[in-house]
Design a protein around this ligand. Structure first.
Ligand SMILES: CC(=O)SCCNC(=O)CCNC(=O)[C@H](O)C(C)(C)COP(=O)(O)OP(=O)(O)OC[C@H]1O[C@@H](n2cnc3c(N)ncnc32)[C@H](O)[C@@H]1OP(=O)(O)O
Ligand SMILES: O=CC(=O)O
Ligand SMILES: [Mg+2]
Length: 488
């Protein structure tokens, strides 16, 4: 206790940090409840184990870009063909997130928006530390505080600007997914061994440390927490995330495969790595998402030295364009083959206040965009604003007819794998049907069986013949040596 005459200046409060960790951000008692010594030690452990692989992955990104600048195009990696062609599936979808038809996105702060998003009627809320949040110290730390209260179910907010209206959680809320920053962003306010921490490990680590137990006991029904992973360019980056998840599960003493994550396929190089990304995360996967806006940006950036790849004005680059449609169809096919959700992306429109006609026009664009997505096979999609949720739900629920998703649908060639054996069986069945229809005699004279064999041969030939008739011609040639008259 300082005496009345003590002239020593009072010590400013500061964070209690473990060895090698230094916090440079403003002190706040609420933040201190997040930045505990144990939580920081957990984050430091992640940083120390994964900083080498992350540095290497970032260098490989730069090296790939140098190759694209020299004229190379992104492509499927021949060395991972066995992954693309192999028959494997991701771990079964946790029941708590089987239905993801509408997901709302928004920043992890302000608190009012977090509560509104959780109460919005969406199936999932993706709380964002990435695209939707400027990564200032205050935003990030308030976001962490909000999420902790949200998972605990105690989050509330009194809005003075709204006459003291109190916001708190409804009985039923959206399931929480958290999107940490991309691998590229440092966190300059947290130094570990003298260097800035990797931003996403801070976001992931603090949230996981404080909320995994409450999340699994509540929202996740035995699974979780759930994440969205942004801006990856290669499956080696997914491998790092998988390592992060395994370490977190080990440290927390929870089952391997509890944590689940949806990867945003939002860079051009990642489009050629979808199977590989899912394979790396197969015990922790919750599917893929078409992050269309970053994807367009990545296309422009990847092809910056390719004048023949210049895109037109942004407004003209929509999901109906051929290259965008191909990207979403490949994502859907890949996800369903691996038994996980194929999530759609963000329509740019939000409700327009005070102009009913413009508002209806915007809503109509959203409806059309979402109808295209659900017809193509997407299992769910994003809304940026609560006002869009009823219209999007109507489109998705109307199309799904009571099912939670389309993972089991034949859409995208998912349930059936085309093989030469399957083809032979189908042709045999068809031949039996034709024979029953035309009768045995006509079947023999019509040479249907030979036609079936030609058809199969043409279908499975490594190289397509120029013309079907070249192959079939040999079957109709009848030689009459030295012009003997025909007996026919
Ligand atoms: C490329 C990508 O990554 S897309 C994903 C990242 N981007 C996003 O997630 C954008 C999310 N959306 C938003 O941030 C907001 O909707 C904005 C900024 C576009 C518009 O927000 P506002 O100007 O507040 O909209 P508006 O005034 O119409 O809000 C009406 C109410 O809806 C709430 N609201 C609006 N958007 C959201 C949201 N995404 N989540 C939760 N609540 C929301 C507001 O809090 C407000 O609540 P109140 O009536 O209780 O005060
Ligand atoms: O994160 C989403 C996107 O479209 O970018
Ligand atoms: Mg994005």
């Amino acid at each position: 206790m300082p005496s009345l005459h003590d002239t020593t200046p009072a010590m400013a409060p500061s964070y209690d940090t473990p060895e090698g960790v230094d916090i440079r951000g403003r002190y706040d008692p609420e933040f201190a409840a997040i930045l505990t010594r144990d939580a920081l030690a957990f984050v430091a452990g992640l940083q120390r184990e994964f900083r080498g692989p992350v540095r290497y992955a970032m260098e490989r990104r730069r090296e790939a870009q140098r190759r694209y600048d020299a004229g190379e195009l992104p492509r499927f990696d021949p060395s991972t063909r066995f992954v693309r062609e192999g028959d494997w599936a991701c771990a079964p979808v946790p029941p708590a997130i089987a239905d993801r038809t509408v997901e709302i996105t928004g920043p992890a702060d302000p608190r009012k928006m977090v509560i509104n998003a959780l109460n919005s009627g969406a199936k999932v809320f993706m709380a964002d530390f990435e695209d939707a949040l400027a990564p200032t110290w205050e935003n990030l730390m308030r976001g962490q505080v909000n999420l902790r209260y949200a998972v605990a179910g105690t989050i509330s907010f009194r809005d003075a600007a709204r006459g003291g209206r109190v916001y708190k959680l409804d009985e039923r809320t959206a399931k929480l997914f958290v999107r940490p920053r991309g691998w590229h962003l440092p966190e300059a306010h947290v130094l570990i061994d003298g260097e800035p921490a990797i931003g996403c490990l801070v976001d992931f680590g603090l949230y996981f440390f404080h909320s995994h137990a409450a999340f699994r006991a509540g929202q996740g029904a035995g699974f979780g927490p759930f994440f969205y992973l942004p801006k990856m360019e290669h499956s080696r980056e997914a491998r790092i995330w998988n390592g992060v998840f395994e370490r977190a599960e080990r440290v927390a003493g929870i089952e391997r495969g509890s944590i689940r994550a949806t990867v945003l396929v939002e860079t051009l190089p990642a489009v050629f790595q979808m199977d590989e990304i899912l394979h790396e995360l197969r015990d922790h996967s919750a599917g893929l998402n078409c992050g269309r806006w970053d994807y367009i940006f990545s296309y422009v950036k990847t092809f910056r030295a390719h004048p023949d790849r210049l895109l037109p004005d942004r407004a003209l680059v929509g999901m109906a364009q051929h290259f965008m449609r191909s990207y979403s169809h490949l994502l859907i096919r890949t996800c369903h083959r691996r038994r996980v959700h194929a999530m759609g992306g963000m329509a740019a429109q939000i409700p327009i206040k005070d102009d009913a006609a413009a508002n209806e026009a915007a809503l109509e664009l959203v409806r059309r965009d979402k109808l295209r997505e659900v017809r193509a096979g997407h299992d769910g999609t994003w809304a940026a604003h609560p006002g869009l949720i009823p219209a999007i739900r109507e489109v998705f629920e109307g199309h799904l007819g009571g099912k939670s998703n389309q993972i089991d649908a034949a859409a995208g060639g998912v349930a059936v794998r085309a093989t030469p054996e399957l083809l032979a069986r189908v042709v045999e069945e068809e031949m039996a049907r034709v024979q029953a229809e035309v009768g045995a005699e006509r079947f023999r004279r019509g040479r249907y069986a030979e036609a079936g064999r030609v058809f199969i041969r043409q279908c499975v030939a490594p190289e397509l013949d120029d013309f079907l008739t070249l192959d079939a011609y040999g079957l109709i040639v009848v030689h009459h040596p030295r012009g003997t008259p025909s007996k026919l």
